[in-house]
Design a protein. Structure first.
Length: 270
Protein backbone atom coordinates (compact mmCIF):
# COMPACT_ATOMS: atom_id res chain seq x y z
CA UNK A 1 0.00 0.00 0.00
CA UNK A 2 1.46 3.32 -1.08
CA UNK A 3 0.40 6.90 -0.53
CA UNK A 4 2.10 10.26 -0.27
CA UNK A 5 0.61 12.81 2.09
CA UNK A 6 1.05 16.53 2.63
CA UNK A 7 -0.57 18.37 5.51
CA UNK A 8 -0.46 21.82 7.05
CA UNK A 9 -0.75 23.14 10.57
CA UNK A 10 -4.29 24.30 9.82
CA UNK A 11 -5.57 20.84 10.77
CA UNK A 12 -4.94 21.78 14.40
CA UNK A 13 -7.80 24.26 14.43
CA UNK A 14 -11.03 22.50 13.45
CA UNK A 15 -14.10 24.70 13.84
CA UNK A 16 -17.84 24.29 13.53
CA UNK A 17 -17.62 23.69 9.79
CA UNK A 18 -17.27 20.03 8.90
CA UNK A 19 -14.23 18.82 7.01
CA UNK A 20 -14.86 17.70 3.42
CA UNK A 21 -12.98 14.96 1.60
CA UNK A 22 -13.05 14.28 -2.13
CA UNK A 23 -10.70 13.21 -4.94
CA UNK A 24 -9.50 14.92 -8.10
CA UNK A 25 -10.15 12.29 -10.73
CA UNK A 26 -8.55 11.98 -14.17
CA UNK A 27 -5.88 14.62 -13.60
CA UNK A 28 -2.84 12.82 -12.21
CA UNK A 29 -1.71 10.03 -14.54
CA UNK A 30 0.58 7.02 -14.14
CA UNK A 31 1.25 4.16 -16.55
CA UNK A 32 1.86 1.75 -13.67
CA UNK A 33 -0.96 2.85 -11.33
CA UNK A 34 -4.21 3.45 -13.27
CA UNK A 35 -6.18 4.24 -10.10
CA UNK A 36 -3.81 6.96 -8.92
CA UNK A 37 -5.58 10.10 -7.70
CA UNK A 38 -5.20 13.18 -5.55
CA UNK A 39 -7.39 13.03 -2.45
CA UNK A 40 -7.96 16.27 -0.56
CA UNK A 41 -9.51 17.01 2.82
CA UNK A 42 -10.42 20.66 3.17
CA UNK A 43 -12.00 22.88 5.80
CA UNK A 44 -13.14 26.44 6.28
CA UNK A 45 -10.29 28.63 7.56
CA UNK A 46 -11.44 31.18 10.12
CA UNK A 47 -8.18 33.05 9.42
CA UNK A 48 -8.41 33.26 5.61
CA UNK A 49 -12.23 33.26 5.55
CA UNK A 50 -12.30 30.66 2.80
CA UNK A 51 -12.25 26.92 2.28
CA UNK A 52 -8.69 25.55 2.07
CA UNK A 53 -6.98 22.18 1.77
CA UNK A 54 -5.65 20.93 5.11
CA UNK A 55 -4.53 17.49 3.91
CA UNK A 56 -3.51 16.26 0.45
CA UNK A 57 -2.68 12.64 -0.38
CA UNK A 58 -1.41 11.19 -3.62
CA UNK A 59 -3.05 7.76 -3.46
CA UNK A 60 -2.04 4.87 -5.68
CA UNK A 61 -5.36 3.06 -5.19
CA UNK A 62 -8.78 3.59 -3.62
CA UNK A 63 -8.84 0.82 -1.00
CA UNK A 64 -9.89 1.20 2.62
CA UNK A 65 -6.21 0.94 3.64
CA UNK A 66 -5.29 3.89 1.44
CA UNK A 67 -8.09 6.02 2.85
CA UNK A 68 -7.16 4.91 6.38
CA UNK A 69 -3.60 6.19 5.86
CA UNK A 70 -5.02 9.53 4.69
CA UNK A 71 -7.40 9.86 7.64
CA UNK A 72 -4.82 8.70 10.20
CA UNK A 73 -2.70 11.67 9.12
CA UNK A 74 -5.69 13.98 9.49
CA UNK A 75 -6.42 12.78 13.02
CA UNK A 76 -2.75 13.00 13.98
CA UNK A 77 -2.66 16.59 12.72
CA UNK A 78 -5.71 17.57 14.78
CA UNK A 79 -4.23 15.92 17.86
CA UNK A 80 -7.17 14.74 19.94
CA UNK A 81 -5.87 12.92 23.02
CA UNK A 82 -8.49 10.16 22.95
CA UNK A 83 -11.69 8.95 21.28
CA UNK A 84 -13.91 10.73 23.82
CA UNK A 85 -12.38 14.06 22.83
CA UNK A 86 -12.93 13.24 19.16
CA UNK A 87 -16.61 12.53 19.78
CA UNK A 88 -16.99 15.70 21.85
CA UNK A 89 -15.16 18.16 19.57
CA UNK A 90 -14.77 16.85 16.02
CA UNK A 91 -17.15 18.71 13.67
CA UNK A 92 -17.32 15.74 11.29
CA UNK A 93 -16.09 14.78 7.85
CA UNK A 94 -18.28 14.79 4.73
CA UNK A 95 -17.47 12.45 1.83
CA UNK A 96 -19.30 10.65 -0.95
CA UNK A 97 -20.89 7.22 -0.55
CA UNK A 98 -17.68 5.23 -1.11
CA UNK A 99 -17.72 2.18 1.17
CA UNK A 100 -13.90 2.03 0.98
CA UNK A 101 -13.67 5.62 2.18
CA UNK A 102 -16.11 4.98 5.03
CA UNK A 103 -14.23 1.85 6.09
CA UNK A 104 -10.96 3.78 5.86
CA UNK A 105 -12.36 6.37 8.25
CA UNK A 106 -13.39 3.66 10.71
CA UNK A 107 -9.97 2.00 10.45
CA UNK A 108 -8.26 5.33 11.06
CA UNK A 109 -10.25 5.92 14.25
CA UNK A 110 -9.53 2.43 15.54
CA UNK A 111 -5.83 2.70 14.72
CA UNK A 112 -5.37 6.23 16.11
CA UNK A 113 -7.20 5.62 19.37
CA UNK A 114 -6.47 1.87 19.70
CA UNK A 115 -10.12 0.79 19.66
CA UNK A 116 -10.99 -2.87 19.16
CA UNK A 117 -13.44 -4.12 16.56
CA UNK A 118 -15.77 -5.27 19.33
CA UNK A 119 -16.65 -1.64 20.13
CA UNK A 120 -19.29 0.21 18.08
CA UNK A 121 -17.85 3.50 16.83
CA UNK A 122 -21.25 5.16 16.19
CA UNK A 123 -19.62 6.34 12.99
CA UNK A 124 -22.56 8.57 12.06
CA UNK A 125 -21.46 11.04 14.77
CA UNK A 126 -18.19 11.80 12.96
CA UNK A 127 -18.81 10.95 9.30
CA UNK A 128 -21.49 12.14 6.88
CA UNK A 129 -22.22 11.31 3.25
CA UNK A 130 -22.76 14.06 0.70
CA UNK A 131 -26.35 15.12 -0.04
CA UNK A 132 -25.47 16.40 -3.53
CA UNK A 133 -23.97 13.02 -4.51
CA UNK A 134 -27.23 11.32 -3.52
CA UNK A 135 -29.42 13.85 -5.35
CA UNK A 136 -27.28 13.51 -8.49
CA UNK A 137 -27.79 9.76 -8.32
CA UNK A 138 -31.56 10.19 -7.92
CA UNK A 139 -31.61 12.51 -10.94
CA UNK A 140 -29.70 9.97 -13.05
CA UNK A 141 -32.06 7.09 -12.37
CA UNK A 142 -35.13 9.31 -12.92
CA UNK A 143 -33.91 10.09 -16.44
CA UNK A 144 -34.25 6.42 -17.42
CA UNK A 145 -37.90 5.45 -17.92
CA UNK A 146 -36.73 1.85 -17.95
CA UNK A 147 -35.70 2.22 -14.31
CA UNK A 148 -38.44 4.61 -13.26
CA UNK A 149 -41.44 4.37 -15.63
CA UNK A 150 -42.96 7.69 -16.56
CA UNK A 151 -46.26 6.91 -14.81
CA UNK A 152 -44.36 6.15 -11.57
CA UNK A 153 -42.18 9.26 -11.46
CA UNK A 154 -44.33 11.04 -8.88
CA UNK A 155 -44.47 7.97 -6.67
CA UNK A 156 -40.70 7.52 -6.83
CA UNK A 157 -40.07 11.17 -5.95
CA UNK A 158 -42.54 10.88 -3.06
CA UNK A 159 -40.67 7.87 -1.66
CA UNK A 160 -37.34 9.71 -1.98
CA UNK A 161 -38.79 12.69 -0.11
CA UNK A 162 -39.82 10.36 2.72
CA UNK A 163 -36.27 8.99 2.93
CA UNK A 164 -34.86 12.53 3.12
CA UNK A 165 -37.42 13.96 5.54
CA UNK A 166 -35.92 15.10 8.86
CA UNK A 167 -39.32 15.48 10.51
CA UNK A 168 -41.92 12.98 9.37
CA UNK A 169 -39.84 9.81 8.97
CA UNK A 170 -38.78 7.56 11.84
CA UNK A 171 -36.50 4.55 11.56
CA UNK A 172 -39.34 2.08 11.02
CA UNK A 173 -40.89 4.14 8.24
CA UNK A 174 -37.47 4.66 6.66
CA UNK A 175 -36.82 0.93 6.20
CA UNK A 176 -40.40 0.31 5.09
CA UNK A 177 -39.91 2.98 2.42
CA UNK A 178 -36.68 1.32 1.29
CA UNK A 179 -38.60 -1.93 0.93
CA UNK A 180 -41.36 -0.14 -0.97
CA UNK A 181 -38.80 1.14 -3.49
CA UNK A 182 -37.48 -2.40 -3.92
CA UNK A 183 -40.98 -3.76 -4.52
CA UNK A 184 -42.22 -1.01 -6.85
CA UNK A 185 -39.04 -0.46 -8.85
CA UNK A 186 -37.51 -3.88 -9.37
CA UNK A 187 -34.63 -2.60 -11.50
CA UNK A 188 -33.56 -0.27 -8.68
CA UNK A 189 -33.00 -2.96 -6.05
CA UNK A 190 -29.22 -2.83 -6.39
CA UNK A 191 -29.35 0.95 -6.49
CA UNK A 192 -31.28 1.38 -3.24
CA UNK A 193 -29.39 -1.48 -1.58
CA UNK A 194 -26.15 0.48 -2.07
CA UNK A 195 -27.50 3.15 0.28
CA UNK A 196 -28.31 0.67 3.05
CA UNK A 197 -25.12 -1.41 2.88
CA UNK A 198 -22.79 -1.71 5.90
CA UNK A 199 -24.94 0.83 7.78
CA UNK A 200 -23.86 3.63 5.42
CA UNK A 201 -27.44 4.94 5.59
CA UNK A 202 -26.72 6.06 9.17
CA UNK A 203 -24.19 8.52 7.78
CA UNK A 204 -26.76 10.32 5.66
CA UNK A 205 -30.49 9.83 6.15
CA UNK A 206 -31.96 11.92 9.02
CA UNK A 207 -34.31 9.18 10.24
CA UNK A 208 -31.43 6.88 11.15
CA UNK A 209 -28.40 9.14 11.74
CA UNK A 210 -28.88 9.58 15.52
CA UNK A 211 -28.36 13.30 15.23
CA UNK A 212 -25.47 13.14 12.77
CA UNK A 213 -22.26 15.18 12.86
CA UNK A 214 -21.82 18.36 14.89
CA UNK A 215 -20.44 20.64 12.20
CA UNK A 216 -22.13 22.69 9.50
CA UNK A 217 -22.39 21.20 6.03
CA UNK A 218 -24.43 18.78 3.97
CA UNK A 219 -22.24 18.25 0.91
CA UNK A 220 -18.72 18.37 -0.53
CA UNK A 221 -19.36 21.33 -2.85
CA UNK A 222 -16.71 23.51 -1.23
CA UNK A 223 -14.13 20.72 -1.49
CA UNK A 224 -14.99 20.13 -5.14
CA UNK A 225 -14.32 23.83 -5.68
CA UNK A 226 -10.99 23.50 -3.86
CA UNK A 227 -10.09 20.55 -6.08
CA UNK A 228 -10.88 22.55 -9.21
CA UNK A 229 -8.66 25.38 -7.91
CA UNK A 230 -5.73 22.97 -7.73
CA UNK A 231 -6.47 21.31 -11.06
CA UNK A 232 -7.11 24.45 -13.09
CA UNK A 233 -4.30 26.36 -11.42
CA UNK A 234 -1.77 24.05 -13.05
CA UNK A 235 -2.52 24.08 -16.75
CA UNK A 236 -6.23 24.10 -17.59
CA UNK A 237 -7.17 20.93 -19.44
CA UNK A 238 -3.71 19.35 -19.07
CA UNK A 239 -2.80 16.11 -17.27
CA UNK A 240 0.03 15.98 -14.77
CA UNK A 241 2.60 13.29 -13.96
CA UNK A 242 3.67 12.18 -10.48
CA UNK A 243 6.94 14.15 -10.00
CA UNK A 244 5.41 17.34 -11.35
CA UNK A 245 2.25 16.84 -9.30
CA UNK A 246 4.21 16.45 -6.07
CA UNK A 247 6.18 19.65 -6.71
CA UNK A 248 3.04 21.55 -7.69
CA UNK A 249 1.06 20.45 -4.63
CA UNK A 250 3.96 21.34 -2.32
CA UNK A 251 4.08 24.84 -3.82
CA UNK A 252 0.32 25.29 -3.28
CA UNK A 253 0.57 24.04 0.33
CA UNK A 254 3.35 26.56 1.01
CA UNK A 255 1.22 29.32 -0.51
CA UNK A 256 -1.67 28.52 1.83
CA UNK A 257 0.66 28.57 4.83
CA UNK A 258 2.17 31.89 3.70
CA UNK A 259 -1.29 33.41 3.30
CA UNK A 260 -2.28 32.18 6.76
CA UNK A 261 0.84 33.65 8.35
CA UNK A 262 0.32 36.94 6.53
CA UNK A 263 -3.28 37.25 7.73
CA UNK A 264 -2.25 36.49 11.31
CA UNK A 265 0.37 39.24 11.07
CA UNK A 266 -2.18 41.70 9.71
CA UNK A 267 -0.96 41.67 6.13
CA UNK A 268 -3.94 41.34 3.80
CA UNK A 269 -3.94 38.58 1.18
CA UNK A 270 -6.02 38.34 -1.97
Amino acid sequence: MKSTTLHSKNTQDPNLYAFQTDSIEGWLQSETHPSINVTITSAYSTVLKRHIAVLISIMFARTAKHYAAHFCTLLAGIGYKDYDELKAKFPGNISDFSLAELEGWAQAIRTTFKIGTDIDLEIEQTYKCCRVHFLRSVARVKKSFRLVPRHKLDKFQHLISILLSPDRTNEDRFYKTVEEIRNNFCLLKDWINWYVTNNIERCFFPAVDNGGIKGFGKDTNAQEGTGRWYKHGYRPGKKIDLPECFKYLCSKAKLIQQDTNAEKEGRLTA
